[in-house]
Design a protein around this ligand. Structure first.
Ligand code: NAG
Ligand code: NAG
Ligand code: NAG
Ligand code: NAG
Ligand code: NAG
Length: 428
């Protein structure tokens, strides 16, 4: 009796949904997709988006966003980009704060950039998300920045997706292609998780970083493939508690802390763990780079269980980096675009020229594989500051060319070395 009643209730409520929103089937299709407890989604097509890859769907997306951002109930805080369609978007910003503390953006179809260039001083990102808490973006779709028109000779190139002041952000299961510049930039946010991403751009495309982080605390990036023209992941100033695991990187420039301290700025990065990653045919493997001119610190950083496959500079610290040829890029750190304090999580301790960025408490544990160059370890540290508490434990890198030897080149490095084929210690 009770069961029959429940079944009837379910059927009736489902029929009600069909008549109201036509959503029963959609619901079934989304169930269990990417761990989202999906109920009802508002499709961008209901707001006039066409999705033929040519029509400008920017306005329809913004209208749909407004509905979702102002929506307070389950029924209207989830946005759907449907499968099988391609939506062309001009530069746009999805802006919060939103009514609900969680918003879902299910990208099952494709988003494409217009394929022409614009003045990136005004729009330094193609797709911006600003001041949205609890945003979940997933769905298996593709985000294509059509960057090739920018790469040739445009000076100011935009990031494909920029997230500013988005606490509790989750991005998963998406494909990112050919950004004009960084594929994803994260700034001024806390508690972020990124996973299941697949980023691709040609190895010679300029500044096409995979993921850039600045002024963020608590970022977890895992199980993703990044093959682009610049850093796979770059951790910039004001960032802490960053975990990176299960990343396949290459081609690209590796996983990088910095550059820190550009133009004499105070920069701080700490509590970074990079674990179980593969760096294949990358220019650098794991790098820390600071400007001679800056101030601040890079500390409490560990690299563990890292496999190098013919990396040019598997382990590298440059503490006295000079600006080698300004490239005039628009930087989020220096543009007035950013709506939060530049050093959200750190007080600027000193302005102007510093004596350098301190590098300390850096651990390299179980780093193995091969180096494409004969110098597997390069550490150029400042005579005045030095790099201190550098620990190498089971660093076993061999040459990618059989019969060749690899060595370490270290200046002003102080630390401890255990059970390693090569380390800064000449003899062990
Ligand atoms: C981030 O997560 C930490 C730990 O769970 C929590 O204490 C903090 O309030 C969160 N921050 C925001 C802005 O949600
Ligand atoms: C990642 O994307 C590239 C290019 O779109 C594709 O060739 C490759 O198969 C994808 N890899 C995975 C693991 O999905
Ligand atoms: C990073 O990993 C450590 C150890 O597993 C964990 O305690 C910490 O919560 C993680 N932090 C983030 C931001 O994921
Ligand atoms: C290491 O990362 C790979 C993905 O690159 C994953 O398949 C594997 O399970 C991870 N191993 C551990 C011990 O976490
Ligand atoms: C050092 O910083 C100042 C700005 O504070 C800048 O003008 C100068 O070019 C920088 N020098 C180097 C070598 O980067």
């Amino acid at each position: 009796m009770n069961k029959t009643f429940l079944l009837l209730f379910f059927v009736l409520s489902c029929l009600f949904q069909i008549s109201k929103l036509g959503f029963c089937l959609e619901r079934k299709a989304h169930k269990g997709n990417n761990g989202l407890k999906s109920h009802r989604f508002l499709s961008v097509t209901s707001f006039g988006a066409v999705g033929n890859g040519k029509t400008d769907d920017t306005k329809a997306f913004l209208k749909a966003w407004k509905a979702v951002c102002n929506g307070g109930s389950r029924d209207n805080r989830q946005l759907l980009v449907p499968l099988g369609k391609t939506f062309m978007l001009n530069p746009l910003t999805f802006e919060g704060p939103c009514k609900s503390s969680s918003i879902a953006f299910l990208i099952r179809g494709n988003l494409v950039a217009p394929g022409y260039t614009w003045h990136a001083g005004n729009y330094p990102a193609w797709i911006s998300f600003d001041s949205i808490n609890g945003l979940v973006i997933t769905g298996g779709g593709t985000i294509d920045g059509r960057g090739s028109v920018w790469w040739r000779n445009v000076q100011h190139r935009p990031t494909a997706m920029h997230f500013n002041n988005c606490n509790g952000l989750h991005i998963s299961n998406l494909r990112h292609l050919n950004s004009p510049r960084n594929h994803i930039s994260l700034s001024c946010s806390e508690n972020i998780s990124l996973s299941g991403l697949n980023m691709t751009a040609p190895s010679d495309s300029p500044n096409t970083d995979g993921i850039d982080i600045s002024n963020c605390r608590g970022v977890d990036i895992h199980d993703s493939m990044i093959s682009t023209g610049d850093d796979c992941i770059a951790i910039n100033r004001g960032s802490s508690y960053i975990n990176i695991t299960g990343i396949f990187c290459g081609p690209g420039h590796g996983i990088s802390v910095g550059s820190l301290g550009e133009n004499g700025y105070f920069s701080a990065v700490e509590e970074v763990r990079v674990k179980n990653c593969t760096l294949s045919n990358t220019m650098n493997g794991v790098r820390i780079k600071t400007f001679q001119n800056g101030s601040g610190f890079a500390r409490k950083i560990s690299f563990e269980d890292i496999k190098m496959v013919a990396s040019q500079n598997p382990i590298i610290i440059e503490q006295n980096y000079h600006n080698r040829g300004q490239n005039g890029e628009v930087s989020f750190e220096h543009s007035n675009y950013q709506s939060c304090h530049v050093n959200r999580f750190y007080q600027t301790l000193s302005g102007g020229n510093g004596r350098g960025v301190k590098v300390s408490d850096i651990r390299y544990t179980r780093i193995h594989g091969s180096s494409a160059s004969s110098e597997a370890i390069t550490m150029n540290c400042e005579a005045g500051l030095g790099c201190v508490d550098i620990v190498m434990d089971h660093v076993n890198i061999v040459s990618a060319k059989s019969g060749h030897k690899v060595s370490a080149s270290c200046q002003n490095v102080h630390g401890k070395y255990f059970d390693s084929l090569i380390s800064c210690q000449k003899k062990h």
